[in-house]
Design a protein around this ligand. Structure first.
Ligand code: NOJ
Length: 532
């Protein structure tokens, strides 16, 4: 556990927005989104009110895993533009109050990264994890492609060799199990700092850290991996104190005390996110129906699993950092998926933006873009049965060709646009009074102007079933009913309230009546009333 410096204030107020750069905005007409495309949309993001932009990897890559197979951490892939374009994006974003996070992939490189090619030719190189023969340990071991005999350990896909950060339990009989302080792991930690420093110097506000949990091997309680991140945090606090790390780890109670500033709840780690949105790993079926989840029209879920997990994370992270709740990401289904349509989403956003975790909005979710079944596989998107590509289709800007994403011929786009003629667009949503986009924007503004609705206010839960209801900072009552059926709740002690936001909820005395798909935020006339 580190004794980390105070958190940057800006992180406490963060409303994060993730862009998958391939799919956001194409400025040069090659069918693939790019940095100048993102830059051209900054006014939209500022209008929406987000203040942190996370861009999935934009580094040199072979693109067999959408850019998570990096061949050079210090170079922008030409498909996205140049380093100067990225610096211009940093600067122009900052002038609108938006900080930019890059995506750091510390656990593995591409097998075409020069580090790996050198390692495959030189048995003395220990930047990766190699065995001479058939390894006796569990793990995914892949035959050497080079002059070096033996096998290497893969971290994800076979073409993503694990960088060697050592083993928590080294063993002399298994020489590939080096300790974290062996020369190879030390060199990799130095390289990690070098990569971070390079982009910090150019204006990155921090990194989303891919598979941050995966670095030290055979580390069941993650103590050694936590120590590695503690070391990185000490260095960041010293050298770049206003920059942050937001991890793909899925266990804030471990990652944040270790030194990570904020950590995502993840669909593949524990029930927390699945019990909210469902187990929606890009299946063609409405897979979120596999387990009852709370934000489903059938109303068969409960917030209890989420709340228990969140409480535990909250206790462990209080004062040190945050858990992050994403609407979705490029690995799992969007909020609009299967029978859960865009019109049903305002309660989900009301919860997301009035809960003390940090909110992260996946591009397009703010207009209700849907998970598109049948989207073709591209760049390693298909992961076993998980068709992740259905969540990676191009952003829908307007009614022009290719939904305004690109001027390229439709058949040369990175992925096809959602073919649904009724697909939502930013342009229509901005014009339509009461659209999901306006609801999301209003909620972001509400969170921004009422700090008690954000990370600073305490949280008191009044009901974990339909409607979910809670009190923030002793003065805001939030009610969300994401189910089709109306639901009511008695709130003894509730005095007069003023509605700040919402639709479909009525307060009659001490009784709250919530129509199907309703949501509301009230301010209590008498704050800190004792409610049950
Ligand atoms: C998690 C990323 O989000 C995912 O897209 C990628 O395939 C794996 N890590 C491997 O880097």
């Amino acid at each position: 556990m580190t004794t980390a410096s105070p958190l940057p204030d800006w992180l406490r107020e963060a409303v994060i927005y993730q862009v998958y750069p391939q799919s956001y905005a194409d400025s040069d007409g090659d069918g693939i989104g790019d940095l100048n495309g993102i830059r051209s949309r900054l006014d939209y993001l500022a209008w929406l009110g987000i203040n942190v932009l996370w861009i999935s990897p934009c580094f040199a890559s072979e693109f067999r895993d959408g850019g998570y197979d990096v061949t050079d951490y210090l170079a922008i892939d030409p498909r996205y533009g140049t380093e100067a374009d990225l610096v211009a994006l940093f600067d122009e974003a900052r002038s609108r109050g938006i900080r930019v996070l890059l995506d750091l992939v510390p656990g593995h490189t591409s097998d075409r990264h020069p580090w790996f090619l050198a390692s495959a030719g030189d048995p003395a190189c220990d930047r990766y994890i190699w065995t001479d023969g058939e390894p006796g340990a569990a793990g995914e071991w892949v035959a050497s492609p080079g002059a070096r005999p033996g096998r290497y350990l893969a971290n994800f896909y076979a073409f993503q060799p694990a960088l060697n950060y050592g083993y928590a339990r080294p063993h002399p009989d298994e020489p590939w199990r080096q300790g974290p302080d062996a020369p190879g792991p030390r060199a990799n930690r130095a390289a990690l700092r070098e990569t971070m420093a390079y982009w910090f110097e150019r204006g990155a506000a921090g990194f989303r850290v891919d598979m941050a949990f995966s670095l030290v091997k055979d580390d069941p309680d993650r103590t050694a991996t936590a120590a590695l991140w503690g070391e990185m945090r000490e260095w960041i606090d010293r050298a770049y104190p206003d920059r942050v790390l937001i991890s793909e780890w899925g266990d804030p109670a471990t990652s944040v005390p270790a030194g990570i500033h904020a950590d995502f709840f993840l669909h593949f780690v524990g029930p927390a996110l699945r019990s909210l949105w469902g187990n929606a790993q890009g299946s063609h079926a409405p897979a979120w129906g596999q387990e009852p989840c709370f934000f489903a029209p059938e109303g068969q879920g409960s917030m209890t699993l989420f709340v228990e997990y969140w409480r535990q994370a909250h206790r462990a992270t209080a004062g040190r950092g945050f858990a992050v709740v994403p609407t979705a990401n490029h690995d799992f289904s969007r909020l609009a998926c299967g029978t859960r349509t865009a019109a049903m989403l305002p309660p989900a956003f009301t919860f997301l933006l009035t809960w003390p975790t940090l909110p992260a909005i996946y591009y397009g979710d703010e207009i209700g873009m849907r998970y598109v079944p049948g989207t073709p596989d591209v760049e390693g998107a298909q992961l076993g049965p998980e068709a992740r590509q259905g969540s990676r289709t191009p952003m829908q800007w307007d009614g022009s060709a290719n939904a305004g994403f690109s001027t390229a011929p439709a058949d040369s786009l990175y992925l096809p646009i959602d073919p649904d003629p009724a697909r939502p667009t930013v342009e229509d949503s901005r014009t339509e009074h009461g659209s999901l986009l306006h609801t999301v924007r209003d909620l972001i503004a509400l969170r921004t102007t009422h700090p008690g609705l954000g990370t600073r206010g305490d949280t008191r839960i009044l009901s974990e079933t339909y409607p979910f209801a809670y009190l923030r900072a002793g003065r805001y009552l939030v009610v969300v009913n994401p189910a089709r059926e109306p639901a009511t709740l008695a709130v003894p002690g509730l005095g007069p309230v003023t509605r700040l936001h919402g639709s479909g909820v009525t307060v009659r005395g001490q009784r709250v009546e919530a129509q199907g798909f309703s949501h509301a935020v009230y301010e209590l006339a008498t704050p800190h009333t004792v409610l049950p």
